[in-house]
Design a protein around this ligand. Structure first.
Ligand code: CA
Ligand code: CA
Ligand code: CA
Length: 433
């Protein structure tokens, strides 16, 4: 299959509550807790790894993440745990040596098993193999995954971020399998550190890839209360790693998402992050508010610039750098999340553009309810030289594609789950043709 157009992979959890069965056998009410849009336990959570084909009107295929799969380098097959699983996240890797595209996902099962499975993309078949697993719960809950060829041998190195041990685990592919290096662990306390996101990228523009992670202290405090955390860059010098804290937010708050790319259009990459707002119970407002900030030089020079203060949001999580305009300039696309609170119930999908003379401007692409747009990606899915935006509207169970036209933004629902979803990753898979 060589359509010349990318595929789009999406990792998500579908959340459903089962009808409540009373003693009389009635089956009429559900157990949704209206006060909390995402209770910790859902009656039914279904993990899915979907692949959309925009060339076939967004035809969707669900990859088998619960069948049997091969162990790498052998013909031995292992059965995956049959429990529904706790969490799934995904990333892609394109080898510089071959045309192969890999779709790599990390699945945390309820039994405590964690597995990383690689799917070979670009065919109607999606052969899969297990590339790493942990059976003892040591790495517990894998919240995020990224891949990149750090040592430039054509094979993917992988980094995962976990909770509640806050592990940043680097997996270096060798002839004997994956060599594990723990880059960080428990930095905000033993068993109470959540690594939120990890990324392999050249954040300091020196031509070599670094690992970037953002974490936060886990606590029993109310959600959106003051939670310290930090953004850290891990840089490899021969066989050693050096750790550099880009921002600790003065212990006041943390970041839950960042992207690396040339959002200013200067020809170098910058680090763009969201600073999470703090809910203040007394004033019933978010104070200090959430902000979008930018760090240059990989955060090695101190200070950050503010792109925008998000007045009606508690955070932004979905972020992507896109090329959607004819002038070739970059656009930062951001999905916000609100709160069940007056003035915060409207979330937005916003395009930010930077102009050297006039600064930042913003344009609303779409809006939704308080849960907002959790995951956002950009890809040129119709090969016209400009990116389209793919974003999840989690509360409504929708995934949409947005195309900029001369008449404004054209929206298309490409997936309707029929119930709430939690989308962890949207991964464009470049065309191999
Ligand atoms: Ca490599
Ligand atoms: Ca670098
Ligand atoms: Ca396009």
């Amino acid at each position: 299959m060589s359509s010349g157009r990318p595929l789009v992979a999406v990792a998500l959890m579908q959340l459903q509550t089962k009808p409540y069965r009373s003693a009389s056998g009635d089956c009429s009410r559900t157990t949704i807790d209206s006060g909390n849009a995402y209770p910790d336990r859902w009656d039914q959570k279904t993990l899915k790894l979907l692949v959309f084909n925009p060339s076939l009107d967004w035809d969707v295929e669900s990859l088998d993440i619960q069948g049997t799969t091969e162990i790498q380098g052998t013909t031995e097959h292992v059965a995956l745990p049959t429990d529904n699983g706790e969490f799934i996240c995904a990333t892609t890797f394109s080898s510089s040596r071959a045309e192969d595209q890999e779709l790599i996902c990390a699945i945390t099962y309820q039994s405590g098993v964690t597995r990383i499975i690689s799917f070979q993309a670009g065919n109607y078949e999606w052969p899969s193999h297990v590339i790493w697993e942990s059976n003892d719960g040591a790495f517990s809950f894998v919240r995020s995954i990224s891949a990149g060829d750090v040592d430039e041998d054509g094979e993917a190195e992988i980094v995962i971020g976990t909770k509640p041990n806050g592990t940043v685990l680097y997996l270096d592919k060798t002839d004997d399998g994956y060599c594990e290096t723990i880059l960080d662990r428990n930095s905000h306390g033993i068993g109470c550190t959540n690594t939120r996101e990890v990324l392999i990228a050249d954040v300091d523009n020196d031509g070599a890839l670094e690992v970037i992670a953002t974490n936060a202290q886990a606590s029993d405090a109310a959600k959106w209360a003051r939670t310290p955390g930090s953004i850290t860059v891990y840089k490899k010098y021969e066989e050693n790693w050096r750790r550099h804290v880009v921002d600790d937010f003065s212990g006041e708050t943390h970041s839950r998402m960042f992207v690396v790319g040339d959002v200013l259009g200067t020809g170098t990459r910058q680090l763009v992050a969201n600073v999470v707002g703090v809910f203040d119970e007394r004033s019933l407002s978010v104070m200090p508010p959430s902000a979008l900030v930018i760090y240059e030089d990989g955060g090695s020079s101190p200070g950050r610039q503010t792109i925008d203060i998000l007045q009606s949001a508690v955070k932004a999580r979905g972020m992507a750098i896109a090329h959607i305009d004819d002038n070739g300039r970059p656009t930062l696309v951001v999905g916000t999340r609100g709160l069940d609170l007056d003035g915060y119930r409207r979330s937005q999908l916003v395009a930010y553009r930077y102009n050297r003379l006039t600064g930042w401007s913003s344009q609303e692409i779409d809006y939704s309810g308080e849960m907002g747009f959790h995951t956002v990606a950009a890809a040129d899915i119709d090969n016209d030289g400009r990116d389209e935006i793919i974003a999840s509207d989690d509360e409504r169970g929708l995934i949409k594609c947005y195309k900029k036209t001369s008449q404004g933004w054209r929206k298309k629902v490409i997936y309707d789950a029929g119930s709430r979803i939690f989308v962890s990753s949207i991964c464009p898979i470049p065309s191999s043709g």
